[in-house]
Design a protein around this ligand. Structure first.
Ligand code: NAP
Length: 257
């Protein structure tokens, strides 16, 4: 039986990965900050699918939190075969409205934690000659969209580069770039979603099914769903200035400051 470790497993896309991987018979290590929610989820997945689900409470915006997950990923007695770096969040407000501490926290969770956890996992995977890493980025990586988009662009570039360097080792790395997905993300960030057209919303379970199929195919970047594939084609040929004007507004309606 193989083991998958998922960060940000308690909600949204991470919870969808947990459901799907448990249904496929993988043991799980579930990582997030809310211990009670983690325990409930572990019990439910164990009872429903008969898999082992460990709970690891870690705040990935803190050094100790990242270190505790690194320790689990480098435990040779209990190897992790698939790592899903999914934990993430949005900040409320445009550039200069967001407190610097929150910007730095985002870089810690979206970039430093992803770098350190990918590296901790990939070292053992390379020795064993097999394994996979999915780093959850966003289509925001391809458009000008504040620190969020910049951090996700880093995830895509880092993952593609690492995937190239690891070619032939048996270890697959893939950046997953979803469009808008119905999760707790926007509510947690205090973002209004009223100006996001209905057709732009993706379903987390379908997204995960496509992501795992793309990983199995050996893709290093996955943009699930034909709607977003087409949209990203348009983005490639649209002038950056025009793009910045559109993308800084879409889905970034904030309530009273
Ligand atoms: N929803 C979208 O439209 C969308 C689109 C593109 C990309 N994404 C990306 O998808 C990923 C998952 O987002 P989601 O939409 O599923 O959001 P979500 O529903 O808000 O879930 C976020 C998860 O991350 C965990 N988390 C947040 N901060 C953490 C921290 N400091 N340390 C550890 N865990 C933390 C949360 O659990 P705790 O609060 O218990 O820690 C939760 O399990 C993110 O990387 C996001 O950027 C989302």
């Amino acid at each position: 039986m193989t083991t998958a470790l998922i960060t940000g497993a308690t909600a949204g896309i991470g919870a969808a990965f947990a459901r799907r991987l448990a249904a496929d018979g993988h043991n799980l290590v579930l990582v997030a900050r809310d211990t009670e929610r983690l325990r409930e989820q572990a019990t439910e997945l164990h009872d429903r699918h008969g898999i082992e689900a460990e709970v690891l409470r870690a705040d990935l915006s803190e050094d100790e939190g990242i270190a505790s997950v690194e320790d689990r990923l480098t435990d040779r007695r209990h190897p992790v075969d698939l790592l899903v770096n999914n934990a993430g969040f949005g900040n409320k407000g445009h550039y200069l409205d967001v407190p610097m501490a929150d910007e730095l926290k985002m870089l810690k969770v979206h970039c430093e934690a992803v770098l350190r956890l990918t590296s901790a996992a990939a070292t053992g995977m390379r020795e064993r000659g097999r394994g996979g890493v999915v780093n959850v980025a966003s289509v925001a990586a391809f458009v000008p969209r504040g620190t969020y988009g910049a951090s996700k662009a880093w995830v895509v570039q880092f993952t593609q580069g690492a995937a190239k360097d690891m070619a032939g080792t048996g270890v697959r790395l893939m950046a997953l770039c979803p469009g808008f997905v119905r999760t707790e993300f926007h509510q947690r960030a205090g973002m209004g979603t009223g100006n996001i057209p209905g057709w732009m919303w993706l379903d987390a379970d379908k997204l995960v099914a496509t992501a795992l199929a793309d990983l199995a195919r050996g893709k290093s970047v996955s943009v699930p769903d034909p709607r977003y594939k087409a949209l990203m084609g348009v983005v490639k040929v649209t002038p950056r200035g025009l793009l910045g004007g559109m993308t800084s507004k879409t889905g970034r309606k904030y309530g009273p400051q």
